[in-house]
Design a binder for this molecule. Structure first.
Ligand code: NIG
Ligand code: FE
Length: 411
């Protein structure tokens, strides 16, 4: 099955040589080929170039993209889309004045979602989750990280991992599973946090590793959840099993989680709504990418990550949805790209780079995804007619996507 797309108004993120991360000023430039074509065969990008250089290629499907843009599909490097039910009642509580933390302290929040998930069958959990994934794909996402973390018991966490595995087998999208081993402290361990940490390090992590589904480990490093010492204990246990950190840090408070993440060679440190100069210093020269989650700031009304401080320091930045029932119930990457511009003061070029190449880097897949390069996987978007890529973030909350190609297949 081969697809040829002709007369593309702007072909974005096409590179002659492979690009796997963009840092600082490099993020300011978005590669654009005007009046271009792309040819893909099976799951691979074979050729691209300007229409003036196009010589006839035979293909099974030919698409005329006159007036439209083509770009790599979005890479969403931080989601919690495997969950059961929703938290609309807490949403209303928040409108009426309670904070996220107050709701959590009353037994709501993550504990609420965990209770529902524990009582939901594996099949039902799969059905609810794949539906969310399919909605994401229709909105242009081709690669998604999915975390566990609503199990809070070995049994329920393994159930989540199996559901993620099944999604990975059934979907054309690229799925990167992460074990969010330490997301909250269950009610039964409230006064015995150290026992719960031991349960995580001695039982949950080894059993999860045995299932061979994930290579990444997440911890919610935050006041009232896991402090810096707890986080280090858990990362150390993960390291012994070759799990690489991808962690929640600096959402409400700065505990030193960024420097700790760097020390354990985290692939990414995510959230960063709070951020100081030491955090920036810690990230310099590391292989750890910061990830901003503007949907969470929007929904909870908390500060937006200071993207300018990060990028202007020469660092890379990725953006992701954080799609979850409590702090960001949306998986629309188009909205994330727009909020990155409107709220994080990123230029359209920076935002698109952050949602493609750098998003792929934050999942460890930027060798094969996130840009249009010969030999890379064919995950592409075709937009509705538009004049310029800036219209993607400009027309916020509109759907700019007309067609998606995932793994070489036109959906
Ligand atoms: O990334 N902060 C921790 N985890 C999620 C929210 C979890 C929830 O409220 O269900 C987040 O915001
Ligand atoms: Fe999250």
């Amino acid at each position: 099955m081969s697809i040829l797309i002709l007369n593309i108004k702007q072909l974005l993120q096409a590179h002659e040589s492979n690009v796997t991360i963009l840092k600082g000023d490099e993020m300011k430039t978005l590669s654009v080929l005007e009046d271009a074509y792309v040819y893909i065969d099976h799951d691979t990008i074979i050729e691209f170039g300007k229409m003036e250089d196009y010589r006839t290629i035979e293909a099974d499907t030919v698409i005329d993209a006159t007036g439209k843009l083509v770009l790599p599909s979005w890479c969403d490097s931080h989601t919690h889309i495997v969950y059961a039910g929703d938290r609309t009642s807490e949403f209303v509580d928040r409108i009426n004045g309670l904070s996220y933390t107050e709701i959590a302290n009353k037994g709501g929040g993550i504990l609420n979602s965990a209770k529902v998930l524990q009582n939901t069958s594996e099949d039902e959990l799969y059905e609810q989750s794949i539906k969310r994934l399919n909605e994401l794909i229709a909105m242009g996402t081709g690669a998604v990280e999915i975390k566990t973390g609503y199990g809070l018991t070995v049994e329920a966490e393994l159930k989540m991992l199996r559901v993620i595995k099944r999604i990975k087998q059934e979907s054309l999208a690229v799925i990167i599973p992460t074990l969010l081993a330490a997301h909250a402290i269950p009610e039964a361990f409230k006064t015995k946090k150290q026992n719960y940490i031991k349960y995580i390090t001695d039982e949950l992590i080894p059993k999860a590793v045995e299932s061979n589904i994930t290579h990444y480990l997440d911890v919610f490093c935050e006041e009232g959840y896991f402090d810096i010492n707890d986080t280090e204990t858990i990362l150390k246990a993960g390291k012994a099993h070759n799990l690489r950190p991808k962690i929640h840090v600096n959402q409400f408070n700065i505990l030193g989680g960024i420097a700790l993440g760097v020390k354990y060679n985290a692939l990414s440190v995510d959230h960063l709504e709070e951020l100081n100069d030491d955090d920036i210093k810690a990230l310099k020269g590391s292989e750890t990418i910061p990830v901003a989650l503007p949907g969470c700031s929007y929904f909870l009304g908390i500060p937006y990550t200071q993207a300018r401080k990060i990028i202007d320091a020469g660092l890379p930045l990725a953006i992701a949805t954080d799609y979850n029932p409590g702090s960001a119930p949306s998986g629309n990457m188009n909205f994330i790209v727009s909020s990155a511009c409107v709220k994080l003061k990123m230029t359209p070029e920076e935002a698109i780079n952050a949602a493609t190449v750098n998003g792929a880097y934050a999942m460890g897949i930027s060798n094969m995804y996130g840009s249009i390069t010969r030999g890379k996987k064919a995950n592409l978007l075709i937009t509705k007619p538009m004049n310029h890529y800036s219209e993607i973030p400009y027309a916020f909350a509109h759907n700019p996507i007309e067609q998606v190609i995932i793994n070489g297949q036109l959906l």
